[in-house]
Design a protein around this ligand. Structure first.
Ligand code: MEV
Length: 403
């Protein structure tokens, strides 16, 4: 059983994002989401991205931060020096998982930060930097923080308060990039050059304005969360980290960068998304939820047999072959970044042209037609009629069905 006081299950649709070409490899993307248009949007943007050779991605090592809050420290500078001088001893004490360290993971370093002026007085904050390999790492980080706290108290002469991971996992980031020729955006109603300019302007709006940035980033998370949910990952943790990252310079901004490159017939749209992505392919719900296992299988990232904290995390940034060959958590993060970028592209493209309601209305009309009892080819016909009449109601759909 995964949680307490269970009275039932709450199922979501599981869709497949299509057309994804990531680092030269094709992917089918499992997406668990209740919102219409998300899977379709990601798939159509991924098709556009193919015109530019698909997405390229990368990621940092899978390191998390565990925080230990130290209070009542008499001399902060002296305590900081003493803690840093005892780094090896503290790391050994925090090294609670032999299997993780066997695979090259485990505690790697220490940082000490001083918060001289909080509401309740000064605090010293110790960060344990922990390589979690293919685990999301919440358990590894929390266990390490709790194990090392008594020694840190002893060394600093302080009192340990909180011992918990930070969800601002800014050392554990993934990114995706894409560059698409303007011509790929040409349609009967809009020239591609006009569309990509509109997308760059939309991005600039979200970089400058937190009100727009929140909506812009929400659109990114339509895709990101759908994959996280499908693969049994903690999407609240990723959201919290990414939103904090989006405000890292003091103002909340877009997580993406989109701009026009080149000129004339050679214009392209360049896009990039980078965000903290603490995800796992072992442990937690990734392992205990049967559908999450299937989702990882669909992605080609499944873990066979017993929990495995893979050593297959290698591949330097820029080495597309090695990156595409990765399995495990880093690869999942990179794929998720590509989906987030695609989702954002789909939204900005619609917003910069016809607006999003047109597409939404068609889906809504289809749902209404189905709710009225339409099946097969009648669904499209009745949805089309409802849209033409400008009245999307089940009662009218029923009348049309009778006719
Ligand atoms: C709706 O779920 C997401 C959008 O609002 C995102 C955006 O505005 O960029 C369409």
């Amino acid at each position: 059983m995964m949680v307490e006081n269970v009275v039932g299950r709450f199922a979501l649709p599981l869709g497949i994002g299509a057309n994804f070409l990531i680092d030269g490899r094709d992917y089918l993307i499992p997406m668990a989401v209740e919102e219409p248009s998300v899977v379709a949007g990601a798939s159509s943007a991924a098709l556009l991205a193919r015109a530019g050779g698909g997405f390229t991605t990368g990621s940092t090592e899978p390191v998390m931060i565990a925080q230990i809050q130290l209070l009542d420290v008499a001399d902060a500078s002296q305590a900081k020096r003493a803690i840093l001088a005892s780094q090896e001893k503290i790391l050994a004490c925090a090294n609670t998982s032999p299997s993780l360290s066997q695979l090259g993971g485990g505690p790697q370093g220490i940082e000490v930060r001083c918060l001289p002026d909080t509401e309740t007085g000064p605090m010293l904050i110790v960060h344990l930097i922990i390589d979690c390999r293919d685990a999301m790492g919440a358990n590894a980080a929390n266990t390490a923080a709790e194990a090392a706290a008594p020694l840190i108290e002893q060394i600093s002469g302080g009192r340990a308060g909180l011992r918990i991971l930070s969800n601002l996992s800014d050392r554990r980031r993934a990114w995706a990039e894409v560059e698409i020729p303007a011509g790929a955006f040409d349609s009967d109603d809009y020239s591609g050059r006009r569309v990509i300019r509109g997308i760059a302007e939309a991005n600039a709006f979200a970089v400058a304005d937190p009100y727009r940035a929140a909506t812009h980033n929400k659109g990114i998370f339509n895709g990101v969360d759908a994959v996280l949910l499908a693969t049994g990952n903690d999407w609240r943790a990723v959201e919290a980290g990414a939103h904090a990252w989006a405000a890292r310079d003091g103002q909340y901004r877009a997580l993406t960068d989109w701009h026009v490159r080149g000129c004339g017939d050679f214009e392209t749209l360049y896009g990039r998304l980078e965000l903290p992505l603490a995800v796992g392919t072992v442990g937690g719900a990734t392992r205990s939820h049967a559908s999450a296992q299937i989702a990882l299988k669909i992605l080609g990232l499944e873990v066979d047999g017993e929990d495995r904290l893979s050593t297959e995390n290698g591949g330097s940034a820029g080495d597309a072959g090695a990156i595409a060959d990765r399995r495990g958590a880093r690869r999942l993060g990179e794929v998720v970044a590509a989906v987030g970028l695609a989702q954002n592209l789909a939204a900005l493209r619609a917003l910069a042209t016809t607006g999003i309601q047109k597409g939404h209305m068609r889906l809504h009309a289809r749902q209404v037609a189905v709710a009225a009892g339409a099946v097969g080819e009648a669904v499209e016909r009745i949805a089309g009629q409802l849209i033409a009449e400008g009245s999307i109601r089940v009662a009218r759909a029923k009348e049309l069905l009778l006719k």
